[in-house]
Design a protein around this ligand. Structure first.
Ligand code: UDX
Length: 472
């Protein structure tokens, strides 16, 4: 007998920032809404992805699509966005074959930002098609509005040095926009514009946000005449979806160290999946941490301008070394109060640890939500992609973060400014206010996900209903 459970297929593009929220969506569909889920993931060498996929996910059928070599199709200097867009395009034939091979055909296909070209596959198999914007509603709004601006502006540079206004939403400062929006002939821009056209063609748009986090933007997306015309599909805020603390995470050095630190005394410093700083900036950051006299955990990567220094991080063989890009004596002087972790750390477990009281972050959306859902105030240090917009939401709209006065690639933020920001969130009066607000937001996120009328829970119930109706 055929199962009466709705079957949804999820397609995640490569990268932890996309895979984590898509997996969490799959888990919720299974656990709370009675779905059977098939998750398609493109094969990758990344050890972080591989270990994430090794964890048990009951009732999620994970299918790894073959790796596609796109090196001959893109410029060696292509951006991550271009590479992901091309890779997802080249994956379509294997996605199609994999869907054909499934015993029970899925009723819906849910793709992330880079997977919208798979809508054609969904249509071919008569499936409902959804897009899951794993970031926030404001970024979604600009993404779908850019094609309209593109039509109205004749200049080669579609965005001039002026704020970009999106109907009904907060305008986006020129400095906060994606670099790709600067030149309409740029391949990254062309891919973004295509995505902005395709996303509103979905049967529904899911976002990793919630009603109380972005009420104005969500309202604009639904009601505002102009945006309403751009995005006809219903908008479903379903967040905050973050990876929970893993029951099986081994007690490693960082967590053991945190166990011995006082309550909310440690600032955690990390720049996401792959963020890097210049050598000069790393030296100033080290100096700022030292000056602040606060306890810290710092996930360190080789500086962008000195890759060779990465040799230090090959610690698997037990060899030790002093990274040349950290100020001389820094590790010795901070040994009692700080921990430098090479490359990657168990971030969710760190942010959930009671000893952690602040997060200096690149403001990737997952990191942002992980900080909020653990009630941790932030120092916003955006690097690329939509991270500057995320930082603006955190500082100007939500008041849960402070940020350096100016962040520009050519400017180094000096140690004294870093010290001041760290002290502000860790010990000043202003920090208490920030901590109070972030804890209120944490609670509003819990409420949104509650099965007792939470807005995000209800959004997923509506999607489930939609899929069940299409079963008949
Ligand atoms: C990019 C974008 O900037 C982000 O906003 C977008 O939504 C996804 O792609 P990324 O660098 O992947 O960001 O950052 P983020 O979205 O924060 O995701 C990183 C994930 O990796 C987080 O879930 C974080 O907990 C995890 N991580 C990162 C670790 O577990 N350990 C680390 O050391 C670093």
């Amino acid at each position: 007998m055929q199962s009466t459970k709705p079957h949804a297929a999820l397609l995640a593009s490569p990268g932890m920032g996309h895979l984590i929220p898509v997996l969490e969506l799959g888990k919720r569909l299974v656990t709370n809404h009675g779905f059977h889920v098939t998750l398609f993931v493109v094969a990758t060498d990344a050890s972080t992805t591989q270990s994430l996929l090794k964890e048990p996910y009951p009732h999620i059928n994970i299918i790894i699509l073959p790796f596609v070599d796109i090196s001959g199709l893109i410029d060696p200097a292509a951006t991550v966005v271009t590479s992901l867009a091309v890779m997802m395009r080249e994956t379509l034939p294997s996605l199609r074959s994999a869907i054909l091979a499934l015993k029970s055909p899925p009723k819906a296909l849910i793709v992330d930002l880079f997977g919208t070209e798979a809508f054609a596959v969904a249509e071919e198999f008569n499936m409902l098609k959804y897009v899951f914007d794993t970031s926030n509603a404001w970024f979604f709004a600009i993404t779908i509005y850019v094609p309209t601006i593109d039509k109205n502006v004749e200049d080669k540079h579609i965005i001039q040095k002026q704020p970009l206004s999106i109907p009904g939403c907060k305008s986006v400062q020129f400095e906060d926009t994606l670099q790709a929006y600067l030149d309409r002939n740029d391949q990254t821009y062309i891919e973004y514009k295509r995505i902005g056209i395709e996303m509103p063609m979905a049967d529904g748009i899911l976002m990793n946000t919630w009603e109380d986090l972005e009420p104005t933007t969500l309202g604009a997306l639904r009601d505002f005449q102009m945006l309403g015309r751009v995005a006809k599909a219903p908008v479903y805020p379903i967040g905050p979806l973050v990876r929970p603390v893993g029951p099986s995470v081994p007690r490693n050095q960082v967590l053991n160290w945190l166990d011995n630190q006082p309550y909310e005394s440690v600032i955690y410093v990390s720049f996401g999946s792959g963020g890097t700083l210049s050598s000069d900036q790393m030296a100033e950051l080290a100096w700022g941490l030292e000056l602040s006299k606060q306890r810290f955990v710092w996930v360190v990567r080789p500086p962008i301008d000195n890759d060779a220094a990465g040799a230090f991080f090959n610690l698997d063989d037990g060899s030790e070394g002093i990274p040349s890009f950290l100020p001389e004596g820094f590790l010795d002087r901070t040994r009692e109060v700080g921990l430098v972790v090479p490359m990657w750390a168990p971030q969710v477990e760190i942010l959930a640890h009671p000893s952690v009281g602040g997060f200096l972050s690149h403001c990737g959306w997952n990191s942002t939500l992980e900080s909020i859902t653990n009630g941790v105030p932030m120092i916003a240090w955006p690097l690329y992609a939509e991270q500057k917009m995320n930082a603006t939401i955190l500082t100007e709209e939500l008041g849960v973060a402070v940020q350096p006065k100016t962040l520009a690639s050519e400017r180094v933020v000096v140690g004294a400014e870093i010290e001041m920001m760290i002290r502000k969130i860790m010990e000043d009066e202003e920090g208490f206010g920030i901590r109070k607000r972030v804890n209120e937001l944490k609670q509003s996120g819990v409420n949104a996900l509650s099965s007792k009328g939470g807005s995000s829970y209800n959004s997923l119930s509506q999607i489930a209903k939609h899929c069940e109706l299409s079963l008949h």
